[in-house]
Design a binder for this molecule. Sequence first.
Ligand SMILES: C[S@@+](CC[C@H](N)C(=O)[O-])C[C@H]1O[C@@H](n2cnc3c(N)ncnc32)[C@H](O)[C@@H]1O
Length: 268
Amino acid sequence: MNGSAYMQGHGESVLASHRTRSAEKQADYLLPKITATSRILDVGCGPGTITCDFARIASQGQVFGVDYSEAALGSAQNEARDRSITNITFQTGTAHSLPFDDETFDIVHCHAVLVHIPDVPTALREMRRVCKTGGYVAAGEPDWGTCIIHPHDARLQRWIEVHRELKRRENVEPNCGRHLATWALEAGFDQDKVNVDCDVLRYFGTEQVRWWGQLYSKRMPTEVGERAIKYGVATAEEVEQFATAYLQWSQMKGALWAMTRMKFLGEK
Ligand SMILES: C[S@@+](CC[C@H](N)C(=O)[O-])C[C@H]1O[C@@H](n2cnc3c(N)ncnc32)[C@H](O)[C@@H]1O
């Protein structure tokens, strides 16, 4: 049991979308806290592009990436090798039981991980445990309750509902972002040492909309299909309709996909 209900899988189309991420875009709120000598842990590092950026910024420090997926870690190792980064270590581990001693890191970060796992307060307590006193725990997580897909399409609205329902069936909170601060307090953080900022994950314009729509259409069978059918939340025909609807949306002029992403920063 790895304490995850990770629906996306680790197929090439999923990893490809994660590889577009960077510390500058996804962890902008954390960058002022990173110094050249920081010791950083990236939990649920996936294919490691954000992790590698951390290692570049903390050039005299040490960066660790942990993920429960060997496939993701293999991709992360290739990323580090291709970028000739040497101050980085990737290893298997789960967010609910991090394989590190107390007070090990200056910064413990995750991006798009807590929205996939049950019992987030335990994961945040673990992140806090391995963080040094005076160090920072950071989490950038979306809130599916804020997802907008325009123009309106009943199939895509239904897909949002199915997607949220699947997460709930696996004890995962799809509206994760809004809960981060209250969960952090449960995990031991002080109210006056936490902050939540937000930005918007947005796809607009011919190129972005085509890329995102086609990607989601491809991800549909692995991300939603198998589980939706297993739990009786959607039929195979509906899942096909979701994939078709995403493809049609990807070709629409003026199309917009947007969702709020919360950026939690807590000082230990
Ligand atoms: C959406 S990806 C995000 C990857 C990376 N943080 C990024 O933003 O590019 C989520 C990652 O969390 C990992 N993951 C899911 N549940 C986990 C758990 N309980 N412990 C460790 N990693 C987990 C998955 O294998 C996946 O690589």
